[in-house]
Design a protein around this ligand. Structure first.
Ligand code: Z5A
Length: 228
């Protein structure tokens, strides 16, 4: 069954992005999915934004320190775009071309939600940045993990312990509520690509829903589920 799954996915790799608000469980679910793909002998890399390549990781540090916020919404958006440009060119595209699956923790929907909906950066600016950084590249599937804001923030706070919140964690409750609404809207606007998953459940239950979404959307691995 594993060999059959690999054969059906020869050619370009699949590109899967994970999105959601603070503490929605993206990193947890990406790791579980990577393990599951590995079990059916599908080659996959796990990466993230901002970051994912040496150049983009430098920009990530700048952004999460709050430096980008000081420059204003447009300049902060340009920093996210610069990081994405490097990440796409040096990591994502080469992997997909080699037939390797790419599991990415956040991608351009984060820019749409955070900088567009919340930062009120003009659509024209976002569209221009998108053209330059990713061109026609879009994820084959975007998993949007949806949790009540209080649940996500509690999870993030528990993980952080006594450490200081970063630039985005430090925003108020309304910011996080608007963010959740923005992601729900993105899912509603693009149902072919996006699957909204109720992630207010234990990690194994959420992982099962993620796998079902893969099976339903990426026709290449429908029978791989039976290898579980
Ligand atoms: N950003 C942007 O503004 N524009 C852009 O274009 C891009 C990004 C690309 C990057 O933050 C920030 O950059 C991000 C948006 C902005 N803002 N924030 N905040 P990051 O990379 O440092 O962090 P994040 O992407 O926001 O991830 P996260 O919220 O910190 O975590 P997560 O990956 O969604 O969750 P997790 O690490 O898997 O889980 C969090 C905790 O909950 C952890 O202790 C888990 O063990 C626990 N957990 C996970 N799942 C469960 C379940 N199901 N039940 C109970 N507990 C769970």
């Amino acid at each position: 069954m594993a060999e059959a799954a690999v054969k059906r996915t020869s050619g370009r790799g699949k590109f899967i992005s994970f999105e959601g608000g603070e503490g929605s469980g993206k990193s947890t679910q990406i790791k579980k999915l990577a393990d599951r793909l590995d079990a059916v002998k599908l080659r996959a890399i796990v990466t993230r934004e901002p970051g994912g390549s040496p150049g983009a990781e430098v920009i990530r540090h700048l952004l999460l320190s709050g430096m980008g916020k000081l420059l204003g919404p447009d300049a902060e958006t340009l920093l996210f775009a610069a990081a994405r440009d490097d990440h796409v060119r040096t990591v994502i595209q080469p992997a997909l071309t080699q037939g390797i699956w790419v599991l990415c923790d956040r991608f351009f929907d984060s820019t749409r939600a955070y900088q567009g909906r919340l930062g009120q950066v003009a659509p024209g600016v976002l569209n221009a940045m998108q053209r330059v950084t990713i061109g026609d590249l879009k994820p084959d599937l975007t998993i949007i993990l949806d949790v009540p804001v209080e649940v996500g923030l509690q999870r993030a706070a528990a993980r952080r312990g006594s450490g200081a919140p970063d630039r985005f964690e430090a925003e108020d409750i309304k910011f996080h509520q608007d963010l959740r609404d923005a992601y729900r809207q993105i899912a509603a606007d693009d149902p072919q690509r996006c699957v909204l998953i109720d992630a207010n459940a234990d990690a194994e239950t959420v992982a099962a829903k993620v796998w079902t979404a893969l099976r339903d959307h990426l026709f290449a691995i429908p029978n791989a589920a039976s290898t579980a």
